[in-house]
Design a protein around this ligand. Sequence first.
Ligand SMILES: Nc1ncnc2c1ncn2[C@@H]1O[C@H](COP(=O)(O)OP(=O)(O)OP(=O)(O)O)[C@@H](O)[C@H]1O
Length: 323
Amino acid sequence: MIEIEGLSKTYGDTPAVDGLSFTVRPGVVTGFLGPNGAGKSTTMRIVLGLDHPTSGRVRIDGQPYERLTDPLRHVGALLDAKAVHGGRSAFHHLLCLAQSNGVPRSRVHEVLDLVGLGSVARKRSKGFSLGMSQRLGIAAAMLGDPSILMFDEPVNGLDPEGIHWIRNLMRDLAGQGRTVFVSSHLMSEMALTADHLVVIGQGRLLADTSMSDFITQHSRSYVRLRSPEYQRLSDVLAAGGITAVPGSDGSFEVDDGDPVRLGQLMADHRLVLHELSRQQASLEEAFMRLTAGAVEYHAHPAGADEPAPAAAWGADWRPRKES
Ligand SMILES: Nc1ncnc2c1ncn2[C@@H]1O[C@H](COP(=O)(O)OP(=O)(O)OP(=O)(O)O)[C@@H](O)[C@H]1O
């Protein structure tokens, strides 16, 4: 596992990471989320010993990275897909890594086939597309058959087939009992891939929880009802003591409503419904609500003189208490 304890990193006056503590466990895919500049890449670089923390410590299977013998056999990482010597072929790039980590040559062929680059193994990597470079980076991460894998934005540049492939790969790796730690800004993809989430903002920990708990705690859940008899629906709800707010398309929304109870109530009043559906916000909505106050970079709305105000949406929203 990866254990991070009281980690801080300051560049000049900029605190990139600020007192972070969390543990990434084996057997599940852990998503690492945060707005731009939140400190995700800095944290991952420190885990790999590529940067030194200002304070705090990181342990990989109980040891600091520098103490690992043949580190590629313990932890494989994809941080920057384009950080490859462009004059080298995919095969030679991987062979150099293999030789310096006591990995047999045969494994190079294995990982090239695994990521689908077997047919271009002898081509120089400078001609590779972003998606091909990502696949080469994933091959490098897998080279030492490590128990811990870290991927920084691995789906960046991949086509839909590639995205599907890496989603299954990460889930398979976790299913084999490995530790999989992955950052991405693609929330829909993260929702399908990760079981657990670590969310940071401005270098600080905002959440360390399961995917389902994160969505439940940081989003609104409600039941939507729609009927051709709008006024009768409103009256039946009010008579039943149910607080409902008008939604779009002539619907009503009942926060934390029970669809069974609502359906029975409507049946008792012989009211025709065109919709009775439970609505749960997406990971994207939950993420935006949680991090609204921790977003550093805001776009200027077209034609506006001022930038969009920080935390404009969701600023007054509070996470629900755990029951
Ligand atoms: N080498 C560096 N020198 C100075 N400042 C840095 C350096 N690396 C990162 N930073 C700063 O540290 C903060 C965190 O950056 P980091 O790249 O870790 O964030 P991130 O969460 O990975 O962002 P993104 O999602 O945009 O990739 C930012 O303010 C960034 O400008």
